[in-house]
Design a protein around this ligand. Structure first.
Ligand code: FES
Ligand code: FES
Length: 165
């Protein structure tokens, strides 16, 4: 099948690629843009390994066609750090051993980022809900909750008083 030119906004940059028209966002990110941080799991919408953010909202890239997202901003795990500065979630996941094999981690980080972008004081229930679609076979989740908690605390510490939610 002939490839078609496709323009996407990914991690703050506009990218134009020639891609198979039937390819999913997951395939385009990994195979055409080389952003292999987004993981290829079940391809059935069940594991969450392929989660990316589209305009800040977690989306399963294995079930999304690039044509569905138009000019929306896509954030992958490669876009979390700001230059050499890791996102607080990345640091906390490393410190709390919240990543073991790491296969679920990119999707988990992005779901957690979406949560912390909305509230910097999430309850355990809100955390559970935010990562409900991200399956982890290794950690038992406790370390993941503790890492999200720690990242939230660090984000709160940097916020000006009065801006906390
Ligand atoms: S690879 Fe998309 S949900 Fe499993
Ligand atoms: S760290 Fe292995 S699946 Fe989550």
């Amino acid at each position: 099948m002939a490839k078609a030119l496709l323009t996407l906004r990914v991690n703050g940059e506009r990218q134009t690629v020639a891609a198979e028209p039937h390819h999913t966002l997951l395939e385009v990110l990994r195979e055409d843009l080389g952003l292999t941080g987004t993981k290829h799991g079940c391809e059935l919408g069940e594991c969450g390994a392929c989660t990316v953010l589209v305009d800040g909202v977690p989306v399963l890239s294995c079930l999304t066609l690039p044509s569905e997202i138009g000019d929306a901003e896509v954030t992958t795990v490669e876009g979390l750090a700001k230059g050499p500065e890791l996102h607080p979630l990345q640091t906390a996941f490393a410190e709390e051993a919240a990543a073991q094999c790491g296969y679920c981690t990119p999707g988990m980080l992005l779901s957690a980022k979406s949560l912390l972008d909305h509230t910097t004081a999430p309850t355990r229930e809100e955390m559970a809900e935010a990562i409900a679609g991200n399956l982890c076979r290794c950690t038992g989740y406790t370390a993941i909750y503790e890492a999200i908690d720690k990242a939230a605390e660090r984000i709160r510490e940097k916020q000006p008083a009065g801006a906390r939610s």
